[in-house]
Ligand binder design. Structure first.
Ligand SMILES: [Zn+2]
Length: 322
């Protein structure tokens, strides 16, 4: 497996941010939560010598971020046995108070398929590799400080408390594979590198977006009805007529049979809501299709089930004898 730096600086807003790069430096706040090691960059702290945070992190926002990471910990059951997921957060002045946030993931490519049964699926984020496959990607770095997730949050956005946590859950979700690599290149041509999500993308006739001759450029696929499909479940993907980097092809959006309103992973997740921070059935179905094992799907061990049945049986007999 050959590491390659593929996704930093996805947002066009980043160039403008460099203006703010020279500021007084504060202390980076670090918190550990299970599989996550989280760095909060305060006003003037710079991530990887590139992006400076424009505001300090309050204890409230830190706690809400920890709550967002906790929802992921409580949802994903895959075994984690490698180096922690390194999550970095900065406040950003996007220049537009309506821009909520953005997520970048460090990704790795392999010359063969990451899963043997999907040879065309040859890219995964470091977060996926650590948490889903148990691969310590930190060992694949040849130089520099390893990182896995980089999230920018709109400094001037008016979040509700729950809305803030939901946005963090959403952005972390992109690092777990809710993201496309097919059409992010500037020249409009489809990439030959694609991830698990891309391997599931089909049109209404079942043609693969990643491999069909119909979709070799971005413009050929824009505005079409595109779905994540594994043969059983079908979830429509956000694909407007006008391409938006980081939005198009990177979010579930189908309401048919699912609860779209409460979805955190969909593209218009409401950052002003007071709704509790929980995944909707659409979100959970999306994560299942990406190959994650969900704690809520795990059936109790047969031994445990039998024991509890015996317990009930004995209890019933005793009652009857009274
Ligand atoms: Zn998103």
């Amino acid at each position: 497996m050959k590491p390659s730096f593929s996704r930093l600086a996805r947002r066009t807003a980043i160039a403008a941010l460099l203006i703010f790069a020279v500021q007084a430096s504060a202390e980076i706040t670090t918190r550990e939560n299970s599989v996550f090691s989280i760095n909060f960059y305060n006003n003037g702290d710079t991530f990887q010598n590139q992006i400076s945070s424009t505001m300090d992190w309050s204890e409230t926002r830190i706690e809400q971020t920890l709550a967002a990471s906790q929802l992921w910990i409580d949802t994903i059951a895959d075994t984690f046995s490698t180096s922690k997921i390194n999550l970095n957060l900065v406040y950003t002045t996007f220049g537009d108070p309506n821009i909520i946030g953005g997520s970048s993931s460090f990704s790795f490519r392999s010359n063969v398929g990451i899963e043997d049964n999907a040879p065309f699926y040859n890219e995964a984020t470091a977060t996926e590799l650590k948490w889903k496959f148990g691969i310590n990607t930190d060992e694949l770095w040849e130089s520099g400080t390893p990182w896995d997730i980089f999230i920018q949050i709109g400094k001037d956005f008016d979040f509700t408390d729950n809305g803030f946590t939901r946005v963090l859950v959403h952005e972390i979700g992109h690092a777990l594979g809710v993201s496309s690599s097919l059409f992010n290149n500037r020249d409009e041509k489809r990439s030959s590198v694609y991830n698990k999500w891309d391997s599931l993308l089909v049109d209404a006739d079942g043609n693969s977006v990643a491999t069909s001759d119909l979709y070799t450029s971005r413009s050929s696929v824009l505005g079409k009805d595109i779905y994540l499909s594994d043969g059983t479940t079908q979830i429509q993907v956000y694909n407007p007529n006008t391409y938006a980097q980081g939005s198009s092809f990177a979010h579930p959006t189908d309401g048919t049979g699912y609860n779209l309103t409460d979805s955190i992973l969909n593209y218009s997740g409401n950052p002003r809501t007071a709704s509790p921070v929980a995944f909707s059935d659409l979100d959970l179905a999306t994560l299942r299709m990406l190959g994650w094992t969900l704690r809520s799907d795990i059936v109790p061990e047969p031994a445990t089930a039998t024991l509890s049945l015996i317990g009930t049986f004995i209890f019933a007999i005793r009652r009857r004898r009274r």
